[in-house]
Unconditional design. Sequence first.
Length: 270
Amino acid sequence: MPADETTGRHRRQEPSGRRLPVRRGIALYSAAAVVAFAVIGALLLFNSHGPSALAVAQNESATQRADDRAADAENRASRGEARTGDTPSRQPSAAASAPAKPSTAGTTAQPPSTATAAPTTAAPTPAVIAAVGELTQAEMNNAVTIIRTGQQMGLPSRAFVVAISTALQESHLHNLANSNVPESLNLPNEGVGSDHDSVGLFQQRPNWGTVTELMNPAESARRFYNALVDVSGWQQMAITVAAQTVQVSAFPDAYAQWQSLAEQIVTAVP
């Protein structure tokens, strides 16, 4: 054994191979420390950023799932299916079967309407009624005017027959002016007569009214009816007698010849 120079003792010589484990332990310790620092650093990085990123991912996932459920429900509703849990049903959805409810947003409630349906009315009578017998359309139009005037006055149809028979005899249903009455020539007319100062459908004289009134077919008919209803018992009289009582004609029997045509005209006018 070699001797120690200071003590003189012999020092045991350590084999050189025993220093290697110490160095290896130091290397392992250093590697462990590096790993530990790396883990700590990763944890710190995760704590600073991880939770928010995880929350965002979770929110995105939840939103996607909600959108998927809404799309699935819409698809089922369009196919008439109801969703109960995860089991599809073939029952029609309430939204599909129930009638749409109108929106009341921005509107003011209105009271229920009390309007009633308009009563049905008879079909309107034609404006022009075709001529009957051998009458011209102008003559028929004047006859219709006489009848309509009597209807407005609430008279029976027998009064119309008396009036039409009279106008057929006096003017053959022409609204006549008179050459002896210059004023009548300036009014609408259908011919010119010359019997004294008589004018119009009924050949009425100035004691019946003004020339303008007597040349108006409706007004001249009204004046004839007013005189007729003043005759006591006129409805029981023969047509010719009733007409003569009103007109006081020089030919009292002449009105009778027109009774049949007058009745035909009255029948044709509703």
